[in-house]
Design a protein around this ligand. Structure first.
Ligand code: IPE
Ligand code: IPE
Ligand code: MG
Length: 262
């Protein structure tokens, strides 16, 4: 019996070792990722850009799994921006089809992992068949209580803020909200991220030092972490590195001496 107990304890220790250096009590509750670098990854291999996007999808699958295992509560990934329509139509179509393929292929596995899917963005501007897939994925996983996976699709931070402003104005004109009643709390509830806390950590792969219109309102006090690693190469170890760096930071939110936050 005693021996068995030691083995169990050892077993746990081995699990912990996997996440070497992470303080499991201070895992960021909400991680956002700008999944950039698919095109460069393909170019390095002398392959067309879609090859990189496909590899990027595999990276997403891996990272969702690690986030679910680590107990991250919310993962928000930038899949397609309102500016990405500027790309050649073949690439846009490929990305949209890849999304449908991803949902078809992964829905069962996400369901098994208790992942709840949400889509953030101007969904109504997407093709009907894409909208149908989104509806299906969100409906099927609606009751899941594990990781919340937000897929930002046809998402732009400025468009989101404008949409929220329009909704606030509509509510005021209907007498359901007063002008003075528009504060940070009510405004947040009109954004696509309604009901979710702001990201604690924003990761950008492929090295660009910019936010590219992602979650402009929500990242006011988010910790930023940029890596040169291209998204298709982004691994569990890279995510762990990001979390460890995050855990070393002191979040002050404009105040002083708040000690170590999450
Ligand atoms: C990110 O990779 C994926 C999307 C924007 C959809 P990119 O396609 O932007 O890759 P790079 O930046 O050209 O390497
Ligand atoms: C941001 O990457 C959008 C997504 C990852 C979906 P981009 O490749 O579009 O960003 P820029 O153009 O380099 O700013
Ligand atoms: Mg890019």
């Amino acid at each position: 019996m005693g021996v068995l107990l030691i083995m169990v304890v050892k077993g746990n220790a081995v699990d912990k070792l996997d996440y070497n250096g992470i303080d499991c009590a201070r895992i960021p509750e909400h991680i956002a990722i700008i999944m950039d670098g698919n095109g460069r990854w393909a170019r390095k291999r002398h392959r067309p850009r879609p090859y990189g996007h496909r590899a990027g999808m595999e990276a997403l699958r891996r990272i969702i799994e690690v986030c679910a295992d680590l107990g991250v509560r919310i993962l928000t990934v930038y899949a397609f921006s309102t500016e990405n329509w500027k790309r050649p139509s073949e690439e846009v179509n490929f990305l949209m089809n890849l999304l449908v393929e991803y949902v078809n292929r992964e829905l069962g596995a996400l369901q098994d992992k208790n992942v709840r899917i949400r889509v953030l963005g101007m969904v109504e501007q997407l093709e009907p068949r894409i909208q149908q897939e989104i509806k299906r994925a969100t409906r099927v996983t609606a009751e899941n209580t594990g990781l919340v996976l937000n897929i930002a699709l046809n998402y732009g931070g400025r468009a989101e803020i404008i949409e929220a402003a329009r909704r606030a104005a509509t509510l005021v004109s209907q007498g359901e909200l007063t002008v003075d009643g528009i504060d940070e709390g009510t405004f947040s509830r009109l954004l696509f991220t309604e009901g979710l806390p702001d990201p604690d950590l924003l990761i950008r792969t492929a090295g660009e030092m910019r936010v590219s219109n992602f979650l402009l309102w929500q990242i006011a006090y988010t910790e930023l972490w940029v890596t040169e690693v291209l998204w298709p190469d982004f691994s569990k170890d890279d995510l762990i590195r990001a979390i460890i760096d995050y855990q070393k930071r002191e979040r002050r939110f404009g105040a002083i001496d708040v000690g170590k936050g999450r």
